[in-house]
Design a protein around this ligand. Sequence first.
Ligand code: IPM
Ligand code: MG
Length: 357
Amino acid sequence: MEAKIILLPGDGIGPEVVGEARKVLTAVAHRHNHTFHFTEKMMGGCAIDAVGDPLPEETLGACLESDAVLLGAVGGPKWSDPTAKVRPEQGLLKLRKSLGVFANIRPVKVFPALANASPLRPERVQAVDIVFVRELTGGIYFGQPQGRETVAEGRSGHDTMRYNEEEIRRVLQIGVELARGRRGKVTSVDKANVLASSRVWREVAHEVAAENPDVEFEDVLVDAMAMYLVNRPGDFDVVVTGNMFGDILSDEASMISGSLGMLPSAALGAGGPGLYEPIHGSAPDIAGQGIANPLATILSAAMLLRSSLGLEVEARVVETAVSRILAAGHRTADLARSDERSIGTQAMGDLVVAVLG
Ligand code: IPM
Ligand code: MG
């Protein structure tokens, strides 16, 4: 097949990890007779520096016309002044919104070889296989009004958390469909004991549950969920939640897998190009050193092959390669215990390419 893939390396370690994922995709294309046309575009802090806009029109246009978009990371201390007018993250939010990718799929799985890298006890993490479905284009990230003002008491800021039933229903529906192909259980996470938007969320969730009686359903409050992810993470199958809760819980859950550097994500919507990104950020503290873990981005590329290009076999080939490399004991610095040797970003990418079936 032929596919147009836009690469958005972004900031910090973004270019390093996207470079390795590109290598892997190129090798897959070569071995399986596909033609992937890669185009790199600017986005994030680097785009602010170059043209004053974190998501230049040209970048957005190219993404809208592509089959899939692979993003590294955006942001860093250089652009994080709280009073700055433009921020790299605005570009990412605008891109998600413009692509209409309302469902962010974040699988959390423990590679057997990494059970020891988890801060949780190995027997607790072995059974973990969770898919988070994070609502991505609504909630407090996008609610209006939002802003800051000076009031009698001094500086003040406000955000709005708003969800309408259509936004809630469609993301829960995705969770239900995913659960059907897995262990058949959906956990909906909200804060319905305090927030009005969560009470609407819960009402709609119960309607969706009633319409899909073949799927087991439960609600959990977000604070309790934070606890359960640590003391009984093996009990969850598909977890559906709003934008901010999903952001926070998925970082927490990534620790179960041993490192934030392992978790991929896919943002999907109503059939347009999907957006694939590792869930880790730009890690400015290690950028440019060649030590970042490229596996989350490589696994995101596998999700791209599967969900945007329909290449299930090729996706599995990449995932199996990652598993084998880890089983053989290779570790980037984030995964290595103090007594283990670690390898760099490029060496890890080369190893994955070398064992592709
Ligand atoms: C993520 C990130 C982003 C988010 C930031 C960079 C805007 O934390 O994808 O989880 O909050 O969505
Ligand atoms: Mg996050």
